[in-house]
Design a protein around this ligand. Sequence first.
Ligand SMILES: Cc1cc2nc3c(=O)[nH]c(=O)nc-3n(C[C@H](O)[C@H](O)[C@H](O)COP(=O)(O)O)c2cc1C
Length: 186
Amino acid sequence: MKSVLFKLVSSFAAIILSGFACAAQAANSDTLVMYFSATGNTSGLATTAATVLGADIKEIVPVSPYTMDDLNYHEPNCRANLEQQNKAVRPEIKDLNIDLTSYKTIVLAYPLWWAEEPRIIDTFVESYDFSGKTIVPICTSGGSDIQKSIENIKKLVKGNAVVKNGRRFSGNTASAEFKSWFDSIL
Ligand SMILES: Cc1cc2nc3c(=O)[nH]c(=O)nc-3n(C[C@H](O)[C@H](O)[C@H](O)COP(=O)(O)O)c2cc1C
């Protein structure tokens, strides 16, 4: 009898707890954080953004990963420099198999390369129809401002999407700072 009672109580508790878990997950499921990060800084920012917004998160992974040599911008002919110099380059994204239908807001996070979005972000932006959606660009950088990348993204985006004026953050931005900025722009 005791064990039957225990099973009943624990099943009831499990149902209540799973209900809470669903509610927490659903709170902001219309927001998706998409990010590209070559050396980890933007990954930190994107994770903070997704956690604080209760959003889903997905990484933009290059088919051909960037090596440290590829990223050595002191070397004029390194891969990243060559890509940034040619606005037509579209580095391929791995398994870009994602359905954006249910998302209203896409937070798009990337590092700045030569004060612009990496060309792989252009690949992503051109791969979808963002009609009716809001894109919130955010970036990390050594100090450069996000503005030029926003202008580029606005030119590339398809459909009647709203592209918000985003902001540069450091990779270890505090949750509260990100949340108060995000609330202020939506
Ligand atoms: C090829 C390349 C170009 C860069 N150009 C700039 C730049 O123009 N201005 C800037 O402030 N930082 C620049 N950076 C620094 C990155 O924006 C910064 O380290 C960023 O946080 C890296 O993000 P990640 O770790 O997510 O890749 C550049 C980095 C690389 C690899």
